[in-house]
Write a protein that binds this ligand. Structure first.
Ligand code: HDE
Length: 728
């Protein structure tokens, strides 16, 4: 089933159509998709018994019961006469309803809302001198992967664009067993010891009495906890920064957070931190977009992931390593590598690329794959080992434990998405939902009855690195170095550009304004005072409170420009350009522009007064649905007049002859710092609205000239000059 080509549908690159398969593109029914045959429910053990695969899966054209008996009717329950009561004897009714009643499984206690995709990881071979893990060591080696992205706080049905940390969990199905890299889009965590995980999660999730707010940290219990528990301040500032509202999953960085240990062929070790670097660069929403998307399209990130895969604009990341010598102190440049609230600036330890991840296949069935996938930090392969980071150590227990309830028993590794691609020969037996038909009589060691099978081996086997554990008393404590809670928050703050700082100030102000308890706001201001006086004063001013003095000296830190998202150029692949046309479909240039955009690997969407076709062009969005959030740039090929059934324009009388929804779209795109271009009547509209002479607005007579200038602007993601820089 893997890698099978989907039938060609309109909307593929090179067809002249937009690269997204638009639902408005008229087309006949698709031919049967070979990937949607029977679900593959074989287990590796089942296949090994030599039984035909069909013995294990669903098949055939006819509807049957779960036991394979063909059915005549599934629309009517068996009744005592057409007007009579349903008979208890109706076995099909009872099977159908009972199964339905049990369709849902418990959602994850955290990271409940997610989306996943299949892909391939290709090793560059550059880590060959660091690890014996085959999937990293061998140049060109391809390994199948499944990745699940998630928000942390919200329930399964919550909105995608809330301010939150994002999960970035990757399952590598390597030849040597499954390796799970269960990371986040932020490199630090709220707590330093796993025993506090229930505390931070109880504080950050909804209030227990009313179960509000959903998927938000803007409430009293969250700020109560983080202001009292100052080791959370670093992660909190990452959440308040633009990293808390990613533009899409494919523009997020990923981090393993903890320090891991790599082992080479000779048993030599190094300490490493894992990084995922997105090909399209790190790119975030602006706050107003995030709020709009929560209403206009709560599935914004999920949709973007699947649309981009469908369009062939496959999301890509490079896996990189920060490498540190494995010394007894486990520090680097004075930074404790076991403290998960600290980063090592990339300027001190550059991220070395070791491979490439491409996501190229959406799930076939969301429940079977995205809901049932089970990640676990203990899924390690030879060549990768853990360290004593006390957060990591606790996670090693939690993941396996949580799956026992969530996936109802100990046999969840046999669920198709969780099955290793390496041969399995364990001595684990029985339990709920046992799919394997194990042969043999001696699942114990030592045995003579099964010929001593299976045999432990030293060949290519997992190695627990024999690190020396210092002779120390048994204590409930942490190292002294973990007590520095503020210096790296200041480092992060000072590494931001002015516009990013402005966003951080606004995020703190918004969130704290949502708290009911004055003492919580005041306590958080005390924390901000220890980070930076400007930050503290600005947030205090927004809250109408006095700014307190710092309780500790401000840390003397060197900023790390690599932490900022702004100031670099990125490829524009797969990004979306909206083109506004009128009832005529705009001028002749539109069709050509659309093809140029699609040919360059971007997605052109025609925005018109109504659906269907205008002037021979397929309409993808109408004025009724088009909002700025969807577009990375906007082109105006016309200045459409107001539709008869739309309320008259308000605001500028200079553009009152233009459809107010177009005026709103242009205003929104401008406010959200998107590149805007226009030619002909479109350019005239921009001039009349007073935007033509502002940064990032292109007006020219030639449509191709406009497009070229807009594409250039898109390389920086946004027209940052439009945001007033009030923080130096
Ligand atoms: Fe998790 N975390 N976590 N976490 N975590 C879970 O496992 C936990 C932490 C992360 O898409 C749970 O299967 C503890 C850090 C991701 O399925 C649970 C601690 C990081 C996902 C759990 C942490 C993560 C989870 C809930 C503190 C980034 C979603 C459901 C010691 C490095 C995986 C599940 C998916 C999920 C426990 C902290 C990332 C309860 C105890 C740090 C991406 O086991």
């Amino acid at each position: 089933m893997t890698g099978e080509k989907k039938p060609d549908v309109p909307g593929k690159p090179g067809t002249g159509e937009p690269t997204l398969a638009e639902p408005t593109t008229p087309r006949g029914p698709l031919p049967p998709d070979p990937a949607q045959g029977r679900p593959d429910t074989r287990t590796p053990t089942g296949a090994e018994t030599g039984a035909p695969p069909t013995a294990y899966g669903q098949q055939g054209a006819f509807l049957t019961t779960a036991q394979g008996a063909r059915l005549r009717d599934t629309d009517h329950s068996l009744k005592a006469g057409p007007r009579g009561p349903i008979l208890l004897q109706d076995h099909h009714f009872r099977e159908k309803i009972t199964h339905f009643d049990h369709e849902r499984i418990p959602e994850r206690v955290v990271h409940a809302r997610g989306a996943g995709a299949h892909g391939v990881f290709t090793s560059y071979g550059s880590a060959a001198n660091l690890t014996c893990a085959g999937f990293l060591r061998e140049k060109g080696k391809e390994t199948e992967v499944f990745v699940r992205f998630s928000t942390v706080l919200g329930s399964r049905g919550s909105a995608d664009t809330v301010r939150d940390t994002r999960g970035f969990a990757t399952k590598f199905y390597t030849d040597e067993g499954t390796f799970d890299l269960v990371g986040n889009n932020m490199p630090v965590f709220f707590i330093q010891d796993a025993i506090k995980f229930p505390d931070i999660v109880h504080a950050a999730k909804w209030h227990p009495d009313r179960e509000i707010p959903q998927a938000q940290s803007a409430h009293d219990t969250f700020w109560d906890f983080v202001s009292l528990h100052t080791e959370a301040q670093h992660h909190t500032m990452w959440n308040m920064s633009d990293r808390g509202i990613p533009r899409s999953f494919r523009t997020m960085e990923g981090f393993g957070v903890h320090t891991f240990r790599l082992v080479d062929d000779a048993g030599g070790t190094v300490l490493v931190k894992f990084h995922w670097k997105p090909k399209l660069g790190v790119h975030s929403l602006v706050w107003e977009e995030a709020q709009l998307a929560s209403g206009v399209d709560p599935d914004f990130h999920r949709r973007d992931l699947y649309d981009s895969i469908e369009a062939g604009a496959y999301p890509e990341w490079e896996l990189g390593l920060q490498v540190f010598p494995d010394t007894p102190e486990e520090t680097f440049a004075g930074i404790d590598l076991l403290d998960p609230t600290k980063v090592v600036p990339e300027e001190l330890a550059p991220v070395q690329p070791v491979g490439k991840l491409v996501l190229n296949r959406a799930p076939t069935n969301f429940h079977a794959e995205v809901e049932q996938v089970a990640f676990h930090l203990g899924n390690l392969v030879p060549g990768i080992d853990v360290t004593n980071d006390p957060l990591l150590q606790g996670r090693l227990f939690s993941y396996l434990d949580t799956q026992l309830t969530r996936l109802a028993g100990p046999n969840f590794p046999q669920i198709p998405i969780n099955r290793p691609h390496a041969p399995v020969n364990d001595m684990l037996r029985d339990g709920f939902h046992q799919h394997a038909v194990h042969s043999g009589v001696a699942p114990y060691k030592p045995n003579s009855l099964d010929g001593g099978n299976p045999f432990p081996t030293g060949e290519n086997a997992f190695l627990d690195v024999p690190v020396t554990v210092t002779e120390a008393p048994k204590v409930r404590d942490l190292p002294v170095s973990f007590k520095d809670h503020f210096s790296q928050v200041r480092l992060f703050w000072l590494s931001m550009s002015p516009v990013e700082r402005e966003h951080i100030i606004r995020a703190y102000t918004f969130e704290l304004s949502k708290c009911y308890h004055q003492e919580i706001r005041e306590r958080q201001l005390l924390c901000l005072a220890n980070i930076d006086p400007v930050l503290c004063e600005r947030v205090a001013a927004g809250l109408g409170l006095p700014a307190p003095e710092p309780a500790i000296p401000l840390a003397d830190v060197t900023p790390s420009p690599a932490l900022s998202q702004i100031g670099r150029q990125w490829p524009a692949d797969g990004r979306i350009i909206g083109i506004v046309v009128d009832e005529t479909g705009g001028d002749d240039a539109v069709a050509g522009i659309r093809e140029t955009i699609a040919g360059a690997g971007l997605v052109p969407l025609i925005i018109a007064p109504r659906g269907g076709k205008v002037g021979g062009l397929t309409v993808h969005r109408t004025f009724a649905t088009a909002r700025s959030i969807e577009y990375d740039a906007l082109l105006l090929a016309a200045a459409p007049p107001p539709a008869a059934d739309v309320a008259p324009a308000r605001g500028s009388s200079r553009t009152a002859d233009v459809d107010p929804r177009v005026n709103m779209l242009v205003d929104e795109c401008w406010r959200h710092a998107k590149a805007i271009g226009g030619w002909g009547a479109g350019a005239e509209l921009l001039r009349r609205s007073g935007l033509a002479d502002t940064p990032g607005v292109v007006t020219q007579e030639s449509a191709t000239g406009v497009l070229a200038a807009v594409q250039q602007l898109m390389a920086e993601h946004r027209v940052w000059e439009r945001f007033p820089a009030t923080v130096a």
